[in-house]
Design a protein around this ligand. Sequence first.
Ligand code: ADP
Length: 360
Amino acid sequence: MNGRRRANVSDERPSATSTAGDLDRRRLAEALDAVGDAVVVVDAAGEAVLRNNAADRFNDARHADALAGDALRELLDRARNGEECSRELQLYGPPAEVFWMTARPLMAEGRRIGAVGLVRDVTEARRIETVRRDFVANVSHELKTPVGALAVLAETLATTENPEVARQFAERIADEATRVGAIVDDLLDLGSIESQSTFRGSVAVTELVRSAIDRVGAAAAASGHRITVSDCDEVVTCDRRQVVSALANLLDNALKYSEPGTQISISAGSVDGWVTFEVADQGVGIPSRDLDRIFERFYRVDRARSRTTGGTGLGLAIVRNVAHAHHGDVTVDSSEGDGSVFRLRIPVAGNVSPLFSEGR
Ligand code: ADP
């Protein structure tokens, strides 16, 4: 059977004496194996008469699977007594898993002849729900602060008669409006990277690096940062707009989190079919306890600093999404007080995927 076992039907007979009934049962068994969910059928006495491959893991199981097996048995017992029932079971792992299970009675000619139970792995679905919920809560929270400030500033502006005070309030209104605009822009960027089928083309690495530097040129000139460049001759297949946006975000962070006048470097090199872009600064660095979290949406090490520099907390989430959309990755080395090095790696040959999972 090519190593594949089929659902276990208890009264299956040898093929030499196969009858139409046997064939039906085998067809049923094959069909149930094709279903991703675990399915178990018990008779009126509670004996399993049919169990598909996916349900095997809950039979005579150990550890977490044993808990799930017990929960399913309990539901099947209740179903044998005429009750339709279901529940969700959360296993804390590792790995953490969530199962939705249901059981219902089986009837024939008005008699209860057993029950059928089903177990569905809903771990990924629940994880995505949580990520979505957190995201909506975060976006609301992030927008609430500047929008609240706008309301208060506008009210005050309306009542002041002092032109100097009015000017100051108007400036602060412009700042807060810029902030809301930056958050909305980054959210739109994130959304389009996640959902859009990306445009793939051949682009010279040099051009990607130069375009990213152009994007931050004015800010770098204003702060007196020196940007040094060393790139390579490679040509990559990628979504140009996305990669430039990712590199510009890394450069923008390097500017924001290092002292004016210090040096920032951007370099690119190719090894074994991969291009690695490296952006290094001599800035404040990132505490090691925060390194795992900085790529999450809205995560900031120092909220106050990010706010004063106009940060949205979305820049690195965009970089990470671009990396994943290109089947690449982004990593960071950093030490507090010494600076940080971010590395964005993408395959030379492309393979840009329009879809990748969030919350990673
Ligand atoms: P933000 O808009 O706040 O800069 P990011 O997603 O770009 O958001 O970065 C997340 C957090 O990671 C920042 O708030 C900052 O604390 C930290 N960070 C990012 N880049 C650097 C860097 N080059 N040096 C120091 N800290 C950084």
